[in-house]
Design a protein. Structure first.
Length: 188
């Protein structure tokens, strides 16, 4: 593909492939709560059991009658079920609602030779190209063929190579992966 036509086709393919986690899995409720997220938890018609909470850096929240417990790493339905199991000891037949009011834990980082290196709070899935765009694009000194994504899992770090020209000019879209919470895009 040549120049502008190749980039236009690539942008159309990227936009066509963009979507939410629910679009990809076909289910809702897959969002995993993380530190910094704001949650609204309420029991219907019971002001004493209605509270907005922020998930602490250690992943815990506090709720009346139950005290401190871990919220991070759980989906909304899992957290709701756990709270209901504890609160039923004090409130018969609770009608509990758990909602994520604000997503703050979904952060990615773009560092190195981009226009605006920074951390970015994301509210939907983002690909590598989208993250580079959020950072203002590559600067004139960037090494387009040595971009790396550093991904931390519970027990190890993984380095994923990304060759900008292969994706933009040759449409090798398999490199334009969906980023995950905490990923660091390094542009040398």
């Amino acid at each position: 593909m040549s120049g502008k036509i190749g980039v236009l086709v690539l942008v159309m393919l990227v936009l066509a492939g963009a979507g939410s986690a629910a679009d990809k899995t076909g289910t809702e409720g897959d969002y995993v709560i993380g530190p910094g997220d704001m949650l609204d938890i309420s029991n219907w018609k019971d002001e004493a059991l209605t509270k907005s909470v922020v998930v602490l850096p250690d992943g815990k929240i506090s709720f009346p009658l139950i005290g401190m417990f871990r919220a991070a790493g759980k989906t909304v339905p899992e957290l709701k079920q756990e709270i209901e199991a504890e609160i039923v000891k004090y409130v018969p037949d609770p009608l509990l609602s758990v909602e994520v009011r604000q997503v703050n834990s979904m952060r990615i980082y773009v560092i190195g030779r981009v226009i605006r290196p920074d951390q970015f709070v994301i509210n939907s899935e983002v690909t590598v190209l989208q993250a580079l765009s959020m950072a203002g694009g590559l600067n004139q000194f960037a090494n387009k063929d040595k971009i790396r994504i550093i991904r931390q899992t519970k027990d190890k770090q993984t380095v994923i190579p990304f060759r900008y020209n292969d994706v933009v000019e040759d449409a090798k879209l398999e490199q334009n992966i969906w980023l995950q919470r905490g990923d660091v895009v390094v542009v040398p």
